[in-house]
Write a protein of this length. Structure first.
Ligand code: NAD
Length: 447
């Protein structure tokens, strides 16, 4: 689905007119291409102490990035990493933050700012908690100031999680890379040192078998493509009525198709039986199938309410229960569910949809502990405005406004959601449990 305005304001004379009129000028986002270098220029790593030294060494020695520890103002940096894990008083934010400030004006297009900090808890001394929580506010505001398709995101380390824990390293790579093109203004908490670094960052899902529901089109189709690109064998699931499109997707990713209504009572066992019979195992389940039946609650019919809840949340609960009790979903399994910013911030006309998507967020939080014993995780991805058939049905003017209401001033592409799903499904994300990662360009609604 295209964004004509974005193309217009980035070409020749119309770009000039848009600038003179002060109209939004969304920058085309750079997206991941296998084989491309992690960053297109040097990175500045600010902060002192062992964590900052470790991050600098990781970037320069392991990831082959040119790293500077002090800003050279005239240089164009591709990324700035602010390591703020040692701050114990708000006063200590000043030096590292202002050191980074000096290079922001000349950050490359599609540049990256990533903060690394520790979680603020009620057990901290007040000054420590103030400094740590201050990083959240700083990051969210800075992300709103960046231009040219640049993004700002943060990694928050809970408890005694080390800065070299697999999920900290994995999240850092994800946020620095073009895989996170439409993730902006987000803070992702790493709860534990679980997870493993992949043998290759290009194909982290090698040897894993993944089921993707709603895979015949839209975001689900892109998730199937992306997981297969990252090395997974994919079982593409969708309604029998979408059979032809489903076969096309399954063939393209060299996986298999399973025609199935996810609301069927036996959907969980059928998914598991198919995966075991055809591929010998099941490691990753992506609950993507979803529907909308929008109406103001005052006009809501039981059918509209019940069908949305049945597909978007009840089916996921039933399938998860079948998998968790089967004894065949125990080798570092991953569940990734599609939530929505509507389930966080609410949306007029979507009480049924938001109840189901809020439900997804509650479900992953409560399901994650059940999987932790097997090195497993459950997490959610909450897309904002994504250019799909679902959003193409929104009336034109509302659609134009809706897709500009985020820091990147554009809608995301299905692949942006798929990249976040692939990250959460990867071995390196084993320490990210029960969380929600928004893929919304830092939508103005919600937190
Ligand atoms: P889409 O309507 O383009 O595709 C959904 C797919 O799910 C379709 O192929 C459909 O056949 C399938 N499906 C529906 N009911 C099913 C069932 N009972 N059993 C099996 N398959 C079923 O939707 P999309 O835009 O690609 O959205 C995918 C997911 O992302 C949904 O969960 C949606 O709520 C969520 N989401 C989308 C957006 C967006 O902007 N497009 C924003 C937030 C969240």
């Amino acid at each position: 689905m295209g964004d004509t305005y974005l193309n217009l304001v980035n070409s020749g004379v119309t770009a000039k007119i848009a600038k003179q009129l002060g109209l939004p000028q969304p920058a085309p986002l750079r997206r991941y291409r296998p084989g491309a270098p992690l960053l297109g220029g040097p990175a500045l790593v600010v902060g002192t102490g062992a964590d900052a030294d470790g991050v600098a060494a990781l970037l320069s020695r392991t990831w082959d990035v040119e790293v500077h520890r002090h800003a050279t103002p005239e240089l164009r940096y591709a990324a700035v990493v602010l390591v703020l894990t040692q701050v114990s008083h708000p006063d200590e934010l000043s030096a590292p933050v202002l050191a980074a400030a000096g290079v922001l004006r000349s950050l490359s297009r599609g540049g990256r700012v990533v903060t690394l900090s520790r979680e603020a808890t009620a057990d901290d001394a007040p000054a420590v908690a103030a400094a740590r929580q201050g990083v959240d506010g700083l990051l969210r505001s800075l992300a709103k100031e960046l231009r040219g398709g640049s993004t700002g995101n943060g990694i928050v380390m809970a408890g005694d999680v080390a800065a070299d824990a697999p999920s900290v390293v994995g999240a850092l790579r994800f946020f620095l890379s073009t895989r996170s093109a439409f993730v902006d203004g987000q803070l992702l908490t790493v709860s534990s040192g679980a997870g493993t670094l992949p043998e290759t960052w290009e194909r982290p899902l090698e040897g894993r078998v993944a089921v993707v529901t709603g895979a015949a089109r839209g975001i689900g189709e892109s998730i199937a493509d992306t997981l297969a690109r990252d090395g997974a064998t994919v079982v593409a699931v969708d309604m029998p009525s979408a059979g032809e499109q489903l076969t096309r997707v399954a063939n393209r990713v060299r996986g298999t198709a399973l025609q199935l209504d996810v609301t069927a009572d036996d959907a969980g066992t059928r998914i598991l039986e198919h995966a075991l019979a055809r591929h010998g195992r099941l490691d990753i389940v992506v609950h993507n199938a979803g529907i909308t039946r929008d109406k103001l609650l005052a006009n809501m019919s039981p059918d509209k309410w019940d069908s949305v809840l049945a597909v978007n949340i009840a089916a996921q609960l039933r399938i998860n229960e079948a998998l968790l009790t089967s004894g065949d979903f125990t080798d570092a399994p991953r569940i990734v569910s599609l939530a929505s910013t509507s389930g966080i911030a609410g949306n007029r006309g979507q009480t049924n949809y938001a109840a189901s998507k809020g439900g997804v967020i509650g479900m992953v939080r409560a399901t994650a502990p059940l999987l932790e014993a097997f090195g497993g995780t459950a997490n959610a991805v909450a897309p904002g405005f994504i250019e799909t058939e679902m959003t193409a049905r929104i009336p034109a003017v509302t659609r134009q406004v809706a897709r500009r209401l985020n820091s990147l001033q554009q809608g995301g592409q299905p692949v942006d959601v798929a990249e976040a799903v692939a990250f959460l499904a990867s071995p390196a994300a084993g320490g990210v449990v029960g969380r929600v990662l928004r893929v919304c360009g830092q939508n103005m609604v919600g937190q």
